[in-house]
Design a protein around this ligand. Structure first.
Ligand code: ADP
Ligand code: TRP
Length: 321
């Protein structure tokens, strides 16, 4: 089984990225042949600074490797090191109805937020379809907000196959419903674009400040809180603390007597501890960037060999070759 996912280098990775996409993807490394890549072409639709893209790309590589991506098992690469994907994307555009792209939530959300759309933003799901199809991927682990893009990929692949013969494998999205949406510091979905993130490898003081600033209500510590399970700090603690710990805090909150300040302090400690080993690993990797670049290059060579074969299949089937 081929497993594939990508993440854009559009800023520091946060708990939403980690629990929604990265951790499930890393857990799948043993279930099949995993291909994970840094979607730097896609980042061109929202990041317009070259130095920033270069830095973000390196940061994402460090984040993934520090969090447990095993380059012996997994093919790890930069999207743009396999330029064949842009060629395949062109082949797909003409079997992609405009309406399919116009209905994409992520595109519509950006329009609603007043972004003036460029063509890349509109065509984004077609390039994503090429990413997935060019590796004959069976399974695509992503957070819930990317599910529609995988469905678009399926539609495009089915359409191409109907037109030109059985060229593409039809992929399935894999969403972990229990962590499908990680809330941010304001209780909305955690997202770089909402400025409510807690980074995986945030600086200690700044992250403590963010966690102490989690939005709570104004009830006194003594008051029992029957809705303790919906408390933001409890929800985050369930992700970062060892089994049972969050439930204990939840019970104390429910009973009354636990102040929000103490709860948040405990949350910070668990967050810091949860990523302690990965933080050390990341520092080691950051001191050996040649090794990191070498992993990406080896990954690119393996990915490219695979991509060339599928692209050729699509070109032959459609009469380009
Ligand atoms: P952002 O919203 O911060 O820009 P991205 O859109 O780059 O994040 O998302 C990268 C990956 O992380 C996607 O697979 C997405 O589904 C997942 N993801 C992002 N935010 C969350 C969240 N709050 N909860 C769960 N998964 C998330
Ligand atoms: N659109 C994805 C995101 O923003 C990133 C991505 C690009 C991707 N190509 C992909 C994810 C292919 C999975 C498969 O998170």
């Amino acid at each position: 089984m081929r497993i594939l996912s990508g993440i854009q280098p559009s800023g520091a990775l946060h708990l939403g990225n980690y629990f929604g996409m990265m951790k499930p993807a890393l857990e799948l490394q043993d279930q099949g042949e995993a291909y994970y890549f840094i979607a730097n072409y896609h980042s061109m639709t929202s990041v317009f600074d070259a130095a920033q893209r270069r830095q973000n790309t390196l940061d994402v590589a460090l984040d993934f490797l520090a969090c447990g991506l095993d380059p012996k098992k997994t093919v790890f690469f930069r999207q743009s090191d396999v330029p064949e994907v842009t060629e395949l994307s062109w082949l797909l555009t003409s079997v992609t109805p405009m309406g399919l792209l116009e209905r994409c939530h992520s595109y519509k959300d950006k329009l609603a937020r007043g972004l003036s759309p460029n063509h890349g933003l509109f065509a984004y799901p077609v390039l994503m379809a090429a990413d997935i199809l060019i590796y004959d991927s069976n399974l695509v682990p992503v957070g819930r907000d990317q599910k529609q893009h995988v469905e678009v990929t399926r539609d495009i692949a089915i359409k191409f196959n109907q037109q030109y013969g059985e060229v593409f494998v039809i992929p399935e999205p894999r969403i972990r419903e229990e962590v499908a949406v990680v809330p941010g510091t304001d209780g909305q979905k955690m997202s770089k674009s909402y400025g409510n993130t807690i980074e995986i490898f945030g600086e200690e003081k700044a992250t403590r400040k963010k966690i102490m600033g989690l939005v709570m209500d104004s009830r006194t510590p003594a008051e029992p809180k029957p809705d303790a399970d919906r408390n933001l700090a409890i929800q985050l603690m369930k992700l970062v603390a060892p089994a049972g710990v969050a439930q204990e805090f939840e019970a104390r909150l429910r009973a009354g007597g636990l102040g929000y300040g103490d709860l948040k302090k405990a949350l910070f400690e668990h967050y810091w501890e949860h990523f302690a080993a990965a933080r050390r690993k990341r520092a080691e990797l950051a001191a050996d960037l040649d090794y990191v670049h070498q992993i990406l290059q080896e990954g690119a060579a393996r990915a490219r060999a695979q991509a060339r074969g599928v692209l050729q299949r699509a070109k032959r089937a459609s009469g380009l070759e």
